[in-house]
Every structure is written in structure tokens, then in C-alpha cells.
Design a protein around this ligand. Structure first.
Ligand code: 13P
Length: 289
């Protein structure tokens, strides 16, 4: 597909290629320069298109302007399509602010609202995003678990209805849909129970790319099966954070007087890289840039 883009891209072309080739684009949650470096350098080595995702908490922590600059720099440097994505943003104003800074992909998560209100909130974002070539993901149904400051109790989880999904897409004109089919943000208590039949039903009547949230701690074969059934974007956060921080903790255990970030961050980056390699292979996006 596209080789050197030289700039941050939206996800439209990435997803078209992924749908044709029956693979998925990995979306890795990043938090700082180090995690961005690991994701982009690894994706470039494996020639994979990649999405870097930031939750509202992350983007305000790192600074949208800093993140855009870092990712723009990477896009000039590497021959792979790179998108910077707003993950689980809940308001138009916040999304507008970062689109104005140069972000080209966003998720408006109004899934906590009733159906009609969800549509209204999403439509406002789509109308604005279209003018700037920004792709928009929205969620229907409600995923459980914990993603940064977003905490959804199991009792509030709600699976996506296939027929509602069709209506939702027609009325909002979104580019991709996050589906709730049994995955949850964070770690699982026991095996995740994924409703593959529901996913298949949605995929049979909906033609836009589908997004799997909460892919950490889900067996690779399950994720691969969801990709066969129409998932085009796989979101991964927790599976990166745990090995990164464990390796840094271990470094401090062995070197209690360490104080050089270049030294204590490095084992974290190495541990995270291994997972990024594995997830890119799981998505089948290696060699697709
Ligand atoms: P995990 O932390 O479960 O990987 O979820 C990531 C996610 O879905 C980000 O939106």
C-alpha cells in the first residue's frame, strides 16, 4: 500500500487495505516519547501500518501539540503509514481542539448515552471531522473494564445490537464502529467470553471497518478469529503497560540507586517491544505498509 506518507494520516486507506487483505491494523496506546519510539520503530522494522492511540488522560498528560510533533517527525522518518488517534474522547470540544492541532483520527465515545443522543453527539463530530479529512470511530453498546479514567462496571456492559449498528452507521456516517462483543478493557477474571456469532451477524450487515477494544489478555487465536470476522483495528493498552513497568521495576530492584532515565527506561522499552512484535504478527499487518 502507501509507502512514505511523510505526514500523520487518517485511517481510511489503512482500513480499506486491511479489509481487502483480511488483516487488522494494531492500535497501541502510548503515553510518552519512549512508548511512541517503541511502537513506531518496531512497526517500521516489520513494515506495518500503525495507529498510536491516546486517551483523554494521556493526551492532556503528554500534550497534544507535543504528541503531534513527535508523530509528525516519525512519519517523515519512516516508510509506513502512521496515524495518531484520539481514543475514547467523549466531547466534541475536546476532539475539535486536537483536530485543530493536526490529529487525523478520533473516536467519539458517546456509548454511555441513549441511542438517539449517541447519534447526535457522534454526528456533530463527524460533520466537523469531514472538513479536515479526519476519520471517526464511534461505539455502540458498552464495553466493561478500566481504561485510564474510564471505568465501566460489569452491570453497565451492553453488547452491540446488529440491527441498531446498521441504523447507527447510516445515520452518523462514521468511518468505523467499535463493537461490544464480550471483550473488556484491562485484565480478565477468567477467560474472556467473546460472542463471535454476534460479530459475524454485525459483519454480515455492516460494511464499514469494525474495531475491537480491550484486546489485552485475550488469547491470540480469539483475536485472529475476530479479524476473520471483520475486525480491522485491534486496540492494545494493558498488555504493553504491564511488561514495560515490570521491567523498569526490576531494573530498580537490581539498581536501587539508579537515576538516569536513559538507563532505567531502556529495559521497559525492550520488554514492550517484544509485545509489539507479537501483536503486529497477531494482527497480520507485518509487511503491509
Ligand atoms: P486493553 O487495555 O484491554 O488492551 O484495551 C485497550 C483499548 O481498548 C483502548 O481503547
Amino acid at each position: 500500500m502507501t509507502t512514505k506518507t511523510g505526514t500523520i494520516v487518517n485511517t481510511v486507506e489503512m482500513f480499506q487495505e486491511a479489509q481487502k487483505g483480511k488483516y487488522a491494523i494494531p492500535a497501541f496506546n502510548v503515553h510518552n516519547l519512549e512508548t511512541i519510539q517503541v511502537v513506531i520503530e518496531t512497526a517500521a522494522e516489520l513494515s506495518s501500518p500503525v495507529i498510536l492511540a491516546g486517551t483523554p488522560g494521556t493526551i492532556s498528560y503528554a500534550g497534544g501539540d507535543y504528541l503531534v510533533s513527535i508523530v509528525e517527525t516519525a512519519a517523515k522518518k519512516y516508510n509506513i503509514p502512521i496515524s495518531l488517534h484520539l481514543d475514547h474522547f467523549e466531547t466534541f470540544d475536546e476532539i475539535k481542539k486536537y483536530i485543530d492541532m493536526g490529529v487525523k483520527s478520533c473516536m467519539i465515545d458517546a456509548s454511555h448515552h441513549p441511542f438517539e443522543e449517541n447519534i447526535q453527539v457522534v454526528k456533530e463530530v463527524v460533520d466537523y471531522a469531514r472538513k479536515y479529512g479526519v476519520s471517526v470511530e464511534a461505539e455502540l453498546g458498552r464495553l466493561g473494564g478500566v481504561e485510564d479514567d474510564l471505568v465501566v462496571d460489569e452491570k453497565d456492559e451492553k453488547f452491540t445490537s446488529p440491527l441498531q449498528a446498521l441504523e447507527f452507521i447510516e445515520r452518523t456516517n462514521i468511518d468505523s464502529l467499535a463493537v461490544a462483543i464480550g471483550t473488556a478493557h484491562g485484565l480478565y477474571v477468567g477467560e474472556p467470553k467473546i460472542d463471535f456469532e454476534r460479530l459475524e451477524e454485525i459483519h454480515n450487515i455492516v460494511d464499514i471497518p469494525l474495531v475491537l477494544h480491550g484486546a489485552s489478555d485475550v488469547p491470540n487465536e480469539y483475536v485472529k478469529r475476530t479479524i476473520e470476522l471483520g475486525i480491522c483495528k485491534v486496540n492494545i493498552a494493558t498488555d504493553l503497560k504491564i511488561p514495560f513497568s515490570n521491567a523498569v521495576k526490576e531494573y530498580f530492584r537490581q539498581n536501587p540507586d539508579a537515576n538516569d532515565p536513559r538507563k532505567y527506561m531502556t529495559p521497559g522499552k525492550i520488554a514492550m517491544k517484544e509485545v509489539v512484535v507479537e501483536k503486529i504478527h497477531m494482527c497480520g499487518s507485518n509487511g503491509k505498509a
